[in-house]
Design a protein around this ligand. Structure first.
Ligand code: MG
Length: 240
């Protein structure tokens, strides 16, 4: 029995190399580099932690000097001392931010729980209490401010923690400061897609047509002080 089995295997071996050696046409060759091994965390081991709840030492105030937002119990709270920017500058990136609008509901529309994640200090992913709070659609939470409304309103209740996971590709400009490639952004709010690889139309702002202004590939990330006590925690970024 064993001999028959052995012979059968031998026959198979002598036939099979011909068929398996020939690569099917059009097959993509395997990449030469093995994907880097990282610890997924959170935060992932290859992320730069921008705020771990201890201090804002990686941030500056827009009004000169270190960031002055209140830090308590692992949370940074907007307190009217001005927007804050990272000391380090970033280009293409994956960004994770957790935020919560005030539990005590005050104001309405753009005046309720307003803050923002300003990619490169100029392209705002809106932070707003959009839980039963009407405003213009491209100004609510998850909007690219005044450019794109979120695909859905995935807001949690005021006071509850929410997440943004953002994938951003920076715009580039040629030697004459002309736009070469617009920036693009994908945003997941609470794990739900709210911006699907949209093309940023320029610096976001409250009025007028958005326009690009040439800038270096890497720029500081900014969190907006809009005079509402929005809270932040667990902020990390991966350079792409
Ligand atoms: Mg804002």
């Amino acid at each position: 029995m064993k001999i028959i089995h052995f012979l059968a295997c031998l026959t198979l071996l002598s036939v099979s190399p011909k068929t398996s050696a020939a690569e099917p046409q059009g097959e993509i060759p395997p990449p030469k580099e093995e994907p880097r091994v990282i610890d997924p965390g959170p935060p992932p081991s290859d992320a730069i932690v921008l705020f771990d709840g201890k201090d804002l030492s990686k941030w500056n105030s827009e009004k000169n000097g270190p960031a002055k937002w209140e830090v308590k119990d692992g949370v940074a709270t907007v307190n009217g001392t001005g927007s804050i920017s990272t000391r380090q500058e970033f280009g293409d990136c994956q960004l994770h931010v957790e935020w919560a609008t005030p539990e005590k509901v005050e104001g309405e529309g753009q005046g309720r729980g307003n803050s923002g994640i300003l990619l490169q200090g100029r392209y705002e992913v809106q932070v707003l209490d959009s839980y039963i709070n009407k405003t213009y659609y491209h100004g609510q939470a998850g909007a690219i401010y005044k450019q794109y409304a979120p695909l859905v309103n995935a807001c949690r209740k005021p006071g509850e923690w929410q997440t943004y996971d953002i994938i951003f590709h920076a715009p580039s400009f040629d030697a004459d400061s002309k736009l070469e490639k617009p920036g693009t952004v994908t945003v997941l709010q609470n794990g739900i897609l709210v911006q699907d690889n949209v093309e940023i139309k320029g610096t976001t702002g409250p009025a007028g047509a958005p326009k690009y202004q040439a800038h270096p590939l890497k720029q500081a990330l900014m969190l907006q002080d809009h005079h509402n006590p929005v809270r932040y925690r667990n902020i990390w970024i991966r350079e792409l």
